[in-house]
Write a protein that binds this ligand. Structure first.
Ligand code: GLV
Length: 387
C-alpha cells in the first residue's frame, strides 16, 4: 500500500500482517456486535457546521488530561494482548505515545509487564487494573505500578466477567498461539510477525505469570478471566482500591448516569464513558449517545473521557464538542501497531491529530478548548427516548 492516509488503511495492513486470531481479537465485539457497530455508526449521525472567514492561524490541539499536559486530549486505551499484535507491542506503543505527547495506558492483560514498559520509557504511563480474586496479587500489582512511577490507575469496571466474542472461541485464542495446523498455515503468510516474535522473550501475560501464586503458564484469556477476575467488585471495593493506590484514579467503563453519579461520589479524577469497545454488554447504547446525559449529571464534578468508536479526528472533535474532556483510542492505534509497529502507532496519532486540526479549522475554531456544541449539528432525537 503506497500512501497511508486513514486509520482504515492501517487496518487493512494490520489484517494482512498479523495472525488471524489476534486481528480478530481486536476487530470484534461481543455476541451480535450491535453495540460494536453502533459505536461507530452513531458518530456518523452527528454532522459539523462549516464556518468561514475566521482567522485560522496559530491553531492548537494541546490540552490537559487529569492535570497532565498532552499534545491532544487523547490517550491510548488499555488493550489486552497488545504484545501479540506485534512483538513487544506495549513497549512500542508506549514509546510512540511518549514521543507524541499523549498518555499510554498499560493493560493488566498485557504481554509486556509494567517493569518492561517502565524500563523502555522515560515518562510516566497509566496503568489499568482488573480486580482479581487474589488480593495479594492485586496489592502486589498496585505496588509494582507505584514503583514504576505510573501517574494514574485506570480501574476497569465493566469486565469482571467476559462478554462472549465468538471469533476468539472459534480461533482458539491463546498467547502465544498454539501451533495447530490452521494456525501454522496462517503464520506461514505472516513471516514478519513470526520473525520478530522469535526474537523476543515476551510472549505471554508477563504482568501475571510469575507474579500470581501458582500461575506458571496462562495462555488463555477466557479461562483466566473466568477463574480469576473478582465478580464481587462493588463500590466499597473500589473505595478500598482507591485508598491502596493513593494517587490519581480513572474509573473506566461507566455507561449509565446512576453509575456516573456513584463514581463521582466515590471520588475519582476522571471517568471513561465506555462500553469496552462493544466487547462486553452487546445491546448497550453507544458511548457517544450516552455521553451527553452523563455530562449533565457529573460533568461539573469529574473529568469525563470517552472511548468506544473513535476512528478519526472528526470523531475526536465530535466527542470534545459535546463536552468530553478527552478521549481514548484502542483499535485505531492497534491497527497502526499491527501494520507498522512503533511507526504505525505514530502514524495513527498523526492521522488523527491532522484530521482534528483541519476539521477544527473548517468549523471556525483555532483551539480545542474552544470546541463546543456550536460546531455540531446533532439530530434532535440523538440521545433517543428509551423507556
Ligand atoms: C479485555 O480487555 C478485552 O476486551 O478483551
Amino acid at each position: 500500500m503506497a500512501v497511508i492516509t486513514t486509520i482504515d488503511d492501517l487496518k487493512r495492513l494490520h489484517k494482512r500482517r498479523t495472525p488471524k486470531m489476534f486481528y480478530d481479537y481486536c476487530e470484534s465485539g461481543s455476541w451480535s456486535e450491535q453495540t460494536f457497530r453502533e459505536n461507530t455508526s452513531d458518530f456518523d449521525l452527528i454532522r459539523l457546521r462549516q464556518r468561514v472567514a475566521v482567522d485560522m492561524s496559530n491553531r492548537s490541539t494541546a490540552s490537559q488530561m487529569i492535570g497532565e499536559e498532552v499534545a491532544l486530549p487523547l490517550a491510548l486505551a488499555p488493550v489486552g494482548l497488545t504484545g501479540m499484535q506485534r512483538a513487544d507491542g506495549e513497549i512500542k506503543a508506549a514509546r510512540a505515545a511518549e514521543t507524541f505527547g499523549v498518555p499510554f495506558t498499560l493493560s493488566t492483560m498485557s504481554i509486556c509487564s509494567i517493569e518492561d514498559v517502565a524500563e523502555h520509557t522515560r515518562k510516566p504511563f497509566w496503568f489499568q487494573l482488573y480486580v482479581m480474586r487474589d488480593e495479594e496479587f492485586v496489592d502486589g500489582i498496585i505496588e509494582r505500578a507505584k514503583r514504576a512511577g505510573c501517574s494514574a490507575l485506570v480501574l476497569t469496571l465493566d469486565l469482571q466477567i467476559l462478554g462472549q466474542r465468538h471469533k476468539d472461541l472459534k480461533n482458539g485464542l491463546t498467547a502465544p498461539p498454539r501451533l495447530t495446523l490452521p494456525v501454522m498455515a496462517d503464520l506461514a503468510t505472516k513471516w514478519r510477525w513470526g520473525l520478530e516474535m522469535l526474537r523476543t522473550e515476551r510472549k505471554t501475560f508477563r504482568n501475571i505469570v510469575g507474579h500470581a501464586k501458582g500461575i506458571d503458564t496462562m495462555d488463555s484469556l477466557n479461562e483466566w478471566t473466568a477463574a480469576q477476575f473478582d465478580p464481587r467488585l462493588d463500590w466499597e471495593k473500589i473505595r478500598q482500591i482507591k485508598r491502596k493506590w493513593g494517587g490519581k484514579i480513572i474509573l473506566k467503563g461507566v455507561l449509565d448516569v446512576e453509575d456516573a453519579k456513584m463514581a463521582a461520589e466515590v471520588g475519582c479524577d476522571a471517568i471513561v464513558v465506555s462500553n469496552h469497545g462493544g466487547r462486553q454488554l452487546d445491546g448497550a447504547l453507544s458511548s457517544i449517545r450516552m455521553l451527553p446525559g452523563i455530562l449533565r449529571a457529573v460533568g461539573d464534578r469529574v473529568e469525563v473521557l470517552l472511548d468506544s468508536g473513535i476512528r478519526s479526528g472528526q470523531d475526536v472533535l465530535k466527542a470534545l464538542a459535546l463536552g468530553a474532556d478527552g478521549v481514548m483510542i484502542g483499535r485505531a492505534y492497534i491497527h497502526g501497531l499491527g501494520a507498522m509497529g512503533e511507526a504505525g502507532v505514530t502514524t495513527a496519532l498523526e492521522i488523527i491529530r491532522k484530521e482534528l486540526d483541519t476539521t477544527m479549522a473548517l468549523c471556525g475554531k483555532r483551539d480545542v478548548a474552544d470546541l463546543d456544541r456550536s460546531v455540531l449539528l446533532v439530530p434532535e432525537d440523538f440521545e433517543g427516548r428509551w423507556a
